[in-house]
Design a protein around this ligand. Structure first.
Ligand code: NAD
Length: 303
């Protein structure tokens, strides 16, 4: 098998733990690292070489790949890792993080002569397992050229979005659409129920009319019309409400910093934060329909 390059892969959680295997299978010399012993054990269990420390993972590495929860984790790992990387090495961050941290990471990399790409993903854990993720990538053309072969092993589509930070910008804009559209579809089903419409009748009309969107046609929030959607499986995620709340927080921070009016994004953020506060963060984000039914029952009509 051809050895393509050495990668230090940091963050072996739900996503990283699945993505790393595709790089190993493609012949990359990969060492994983995670602070969680359970995540390390799981990775070892599927044949991944796991280092005992970040420093050990970085020995001889020409790529630092991070798949971590938030900007502060990525910044902290990068600060520790950067002095151990040779000039010209690549930092490839696939985490979903705030735009300010993403841009700061590109600046820090440039100051140290490193290449950097932000490449958050859509496709969730199923996409990570099946290597069908979509990557939204931001960075210089040199950096993107270095990252591309690795991204192609972990996903089916790589969209070059522009300069450093553009990948994160595209991700949070997309997920703001998703959060808003899911609530919109759920509101229509709740209203339809109160008007005596069957779910199937509303689905048959809206999925072939101007109300058509992914949240309806592919991820229908009521059981029946789309048998593969989480609504058919007690709203087991899928994409958890807590992750949607996180992405809407990022979009609201970015909207505030950029001076963009996003009133529906703001409302969607509040609704998902309320779901999380009610202990429902672990359920699929389409379970917001149950929240709307409860609000209807309680006569809370506005918000
Ligand atoms: P996760 O919490 O399962 O995994 C994160 C891992 O990072 C954990 O194992 C944790 O121990 C490790 N970690 C944290 N700080 C560390 C450090 N300093 N050094 C080493 N390891 C450290 O999260 P996930 O679901 O794998 O998500 C990872 C990223 O992907 C997040 O930014 C998330 O928003 C994004 N994402 C997730 C999904 C999804 O469906 N899970 C979908 C799209 C994007």
């Amino acid at each position: 098998m051809t050895v393509r390059g050495r990668i230090a892969f940091v963050g072996l959680g739900n996503m990283g733990g699945a993505m790393i295997g595709h790089l190993v299978a493609a012949g990359y010399d990969v060492r994983g690292f995670d602070l969680s012993p359970a995540a390390c054990e799981a990775a070892r269990g599927v044949g991944v070489e796991v280092a005992g420390s970040l420093a050990e993972a970085l020995e001889g590495a020409d790529t630092l790949l991070t798949m971590l929860p938030a900007g502060l984790h990525v910044l902290s790992v990068f600060e520790e890792a950067a002095p151990r990387l040779q000039a010209g090495a690549l930092h490839l961050d696939c985490s979903t993080i705030d735009l300010a941290s993403a841009r700061r990471l590109h600046e820090l990399a440039a100051e140290r002569g490193l290449l950097s790409v932000d490449a958050p993903v859509s496709g969730g854990t199923g996409g990570a397992k099946g290597a069908t993720l979509t990557f939204m990538a931001g960075g210089s053309s040199d950096a993107l050229a270095r990252a591309q072969p690795m991204l192609e092993r972990m996903g089916k589509r790589v969209v070059a979005c522009g300069a450093g930070g553009a990948g994160q910008a595209a991700k949070i804009c997309n997920n703001m659409i998703l959060g808003i559209s899911m609530i919109g579809v759920c509101e229509a089903f709740v209203l339809g129920e109160r008007l005596g419409l069957t779910h199937q009748a509303l689905f048959d009309v809206a999925s072939t009319s101007s109300g058509q969107c992914w949240s309806l046609s592919t991820y229908c929030p009521v059981p029946g019309p789309v048998p593969t959607s989480p609504a058919n499986d007690t709203y087991r995620p899928g994409f958890a409400s807590a992750l949607m709340a996180k992405d809407l927080t990022l979009s609201q921070e970015a909207a505030r910093d950029a001076g963009a009016a996003t009133p529906l994004g703001h409302a969607a953020h509040e609704i998902y934060e309320r779901l999380v506060a009610a202990g429902e963060g672990g359920r699929d984000f389409s379970a917001v329909i149950e929240f709307l039914r409860r609000q209807s029952d309680n006569g809370e009509m506005g918000r």
